[in-house]
Design a protein around this ligand. Structure first.
Ligand SMILES: [Zn+2]
Length: 108
């Protein structure tokens, strides 16, 4: 089963083949990782659900199957543990997909 990122409009999918070579040759910070919702931390879970525009009253069994890809977090939200990229226990998704666009130049 291919899991899709729970973020609205995000096309990223978790590929089960990602453990093969190819993916591992990418630098760690460019690799897409998927992260479970913090179902045992109600307060943070609500923030996650708000970020993905879901009902905060979703059944926990449903939420447990949802995942978010690493694109919705800032680099500061991650920590490296034994070559693995893990989310910090305080991480909350950004509300919007980050782009490389530079904000308006109103100063000029
Ligand atoms: Zn995503």
């Amino acid at each position: 089963m291919v899991r899709k990122c729970a973020f609205p409009g995000c096309p990223n999918r978790e590929k089960l083949t990602s453990k093969r070579k190819g993916a591992l040759t990418l630098p760690q910070n460019e690799r897409l990782t998927f992260h479970r919702f913090p179902s045992n931390d109600r307060e943070r879970l609500n923030l996650w659900l708000l970020a993905v525009q879901r009902d905060v009253n979703l059944p926990i069994n449903f939420v447990k199957h949802m995942k978010l890809c690493s694109e919705h977090f800032s680099p500061d939200d991650f920590k490296s543990v034994q070559q693995k990229r893990l989310l910090k226990s305080t991480a909350v998704p950004n509300l919007f997909i980050q782009t490389n666009k530079v904000r308006g130049s109103s100063m000029w």
